[in-house]
Ligand binder design. Structure first.
Ligand SMILES: Nc1nc2c(ncn2[C@@H]2O[C@H](COP(=O)(O)OP(=O)(O)OP(=O)(O)O)[C@@H](O)[C@H]2O)c(=O)[nH]1
Ligand SMILES: [Mg+2]
Length: 202
């Protein structure tokens, strides 16, 4: 059973705390630390309020939430990582869930790796990006909450991300789900990834 949202344009497939089903559509996943703004980014991307629950309590989303968008593709809201208060058993199950998701035989077109540009590059964000690189999974680093970064600091902080994570500057996108900065570009990147053909042999 899936729940229609936004006049049927988006369907909530469910929250999966263990095995994540293969929906048979191209997928785009949203990953990042707890509280980095994944759910709110997802809502902004879809142009709908309240699709994905926006939490004030970090680490609340501990399942993979799947949404079917216009029957074109599936958006996966992955559980956040890195919250200090999360007990180690929960952290281990998080790791298993996300690693299992990423390793599955999915038609995963793009991972939106959300990072807070005010944080020094490294830690779990670095681990995620390195894992995606090694697995050959296409990703876009999305720097969130730029409305909170004074304009004078933006270039410097974004430059730190490019340097710290060895990024192609084109694979970094600053966004704000509050003032809408970068949301159109994000939507275009997702649409392009979904529309692209899978690489063929030969
Ligand atoms: N100023 C500002 N605040 C934001 C933005 N995006 C998210 N927030 C706030 O940051 C907090 C966390 O946002 P969520 O979207 O719930 O974060 P999340 O990554 O889904 O968190 P978990 O599901 O707990 O991992 C909320 O209070 C949001 O309102 C943004 O672009 N700008
Ligand atoms: Mg969330």
């Amino acid at each position: 059973m899936s729940k229609p949202i936004a006049g049927g344009r988006v369907r909530f497939l469910g929250a999966f705390p263990a095995e994540v089903p293969l929906p048979g559509l191209p997928e785009v996943a949203v990953a990042g630390r707890s509280n980095v703004g994944k759910s709110r980014c997802l809502n902004a991307l879809l142009g709908i309020r309240g699709v994905a629950r926006v939490s004030r309590t970090p680490g609340r989303t501990r399942a993979v939430h799947l949404y079917v968008v216009e029957n074109r593709y599936v958006l996966a809201d992955l559980p956040g990582y890195g919250h200090a208060e999360v007990p180690s058993a929960v952290r281990a199950s998080w790791k298993g869930l996300v690693e299992g998701y990423l390793a599955g035989p999915r038609d995963l077109r793009l991972v939106l790796a959300l990072v807070d540009p005010r944080r020094v590059p490294g830690g779990m964000d670095g681990v995620l990006l390195e894992g995606l690189r090694q697995a050959g999974i296409p990703f876009l680093v999305v720097a969130t909450k730029v409305d909170r970064v004074p304009r004078n600091d933006r270039i410097r902080l974004l430059g730190n991300l490019v340097e710290g994570y060895h990024l192609d500057p084109l694979s970094l996108l600053p966004i704000s789900s509050v003032d809408g900065t970068g949301i159109e570009a994000l939507r275009a990147a997702v649409d392009a990834a979904v529309a692209s053909r899978r690489p063929r042999r030969g």
